[in-house]
Ligand binder design. Structure first.
Ligand SMILES: Nc1ncnc2c1ncn2[C@@H]1O[C@H](COP(=O)(O)OP(=O)(O)OP(=O)(O)O)[C@@H](O)[C@H]1O
Length: 376
């Protein structure tokens, strides 16, 4: 797939900027805080309706403006599509495809696919389980857009069940007298869908990532990725998962009521990353942890391509310069011209000449994009 144009209006520090992408690789160069990451974030939003920066919608909208707008033209094997996303301070969003407003955001997902890779991704190794759950969920949204809907349902039931548990704390009711069973049933139904999809996605991703990791580390390291669901998963059959989920909920009913929060479910899942059988967080240098993240990203690219049958975009936010030459080459060899790639950097000096020659270079300054570095 190929992103032909992007038009940002009142998005972050862009007032009204059109960009036309004229090569498979585009390098966005500029000093810090000029708007390079913002542009990549806009593309990420079109792909996933999420931002890895965990921003709220009001952060996207330029000061003094009521709405932010992102428009794009995308070429796929199936034809050309116009995408439009309107963001408002109050969080209400409007999505449109080829000029037609879509009622379900799910129908917007899966049109543009992208893998985002930034220095924040090191948190995948160093951060807590929530970071890895978020990463997996964002990938799943692209593999199966219906997952966005399932996840939203689960989170809604979870919030309602937590509110009910809090209410129970203040009442004289016991867990048996209460209507908790109604919430349990809904949590189990939606949560099981989340668990089974996470399990399936990781089962496909893990061998790809392990193979990349072996190759990048020169066969000195073995990466293992294990899904550790909070609900014991013996078999990935819906009935079995539901039964296990329900019985764990029933076992924890008293502590849940005491603490006023749900203690069982996929909101407590973990994805374990180990290198040579040692937890990756404790393993080795920053360089080795970067190898792991690079392997995950290359696996994401490969898996999305396998599933959607077209190469997704790759968004490299200030990471190329952080990789050593051999890891850089591994990445660049994989990309070639197959994956349209948008790269941000503060210095062009870190790129090899051949790459520079075949890339479109755009200069970013205070929310404006220039095609040449001439005196402005
Ligand atoms: N809603 C907004 N309205 C106006 N300006 C914003 C908004 N959100 C962010 N900005 C501005 O965008 C700039 C940050 O841009 P961005 O994160 O893209 O930096 P960058 O060019 O990628 O640089 P770095 O290398 O530091 O990441 C800051 O100047 C910030 O004030």
């Amino acid at each position: 797939m190929y992103l032909k144009t992007l038009h940002l209006r009142h998005f972050r520090n862009y007032y009204d900027q059109r960009v036309e992408f004229t090569a498979a690789k585009t390098i966005l160069v500029g000093n810090n805080a000029q708007g390079k990451s913002n542009l990549l974030e806009a593309v990420e939003l079109l792909a996933t309706l999420r931002s890895h920066r965990m921003a709220r919608d009001r952060d996207f909208v330029q000061e003094e403006e009521p709405i932010a707008q992102i428009n794009a033209t995308l070429e796929r094997d199936t034809g050309v599509s116009d995408l439009s996303l309107i963001l408002r301070r109050n969080g209400r969003r409007t999505v449109a495809l080829n000029g037609e407003s879509l009622r379900r955001q799910m129908d917007f997902l899966g049109v543009l696919n992208a893998v985002q890779f930034s220095s924040l991704d090191l948190e995948l190794v160093r951060g807590g389980p929530e970071v890895r759950r978020n990463w997996l969920d964002t990938l799943l949204i692209q593999l199966e857009p219906v997952y966005a809907h399932i996840l939203q349902q689960y989170n809604q039931v979870l919030r309602q069940r937590n509110a009910y548990l809090k209410k129970l704390q203040d009442s004289q009711l016991t867990t048996q007298d209460s209507a908790l069973a109604i919430w349990d049933a809904q949590l189990v139904t939606t949560g099981t869908k989340v668990i089974r999809r996470r399990d399936r996605a990781l089962a496909r991703l893990a061998p790809l990532a392990t193979a990349w990791h072996t190759s990048i580390s020169g066969s000195t390291e073995v990466l293992q990725i294990n899904y550790t669901p909070n609900v014991q998963l013996m078999q990935n059959q819906p009935e079995q998962v539901q039964q296990a989920f329900l019985s764990q909920l029933q076992q924890r009913a008293v502590p849940e009521m005491y603490r006023g929060t749900t203690l069982v479910g996929p909101h407590r899942d973990e994805v374990e990353l180990t290198i040579n059988q040692t937890p990756a967080r404790q393993y080795g240098s920053q360089g080795q942890q970067r190898t792991l993240v690079l392997a995950l990203k290359l696996a994401e690219l490969q898996l999305i391509e396998e599933v959607v049958k077209e190469p997704p975009l790759l968004l490299l936010d200030d990471v190329l310069a952080e990789l050593d030459p051999s890891r850089q080459n591994q990445l660049l060899d994989t990309i070639q011209d197959r994956f349209q790639t948008l790269i941000t950097t503060t210095h062009l000096s870190s790129f090899d000449a051949q790459w520079l020659n075949s890339s479109q270079i755009l200069f970013v300054e205070q929310g404006k994009i220039f095609t040449s570095n001439a005196i402005r």
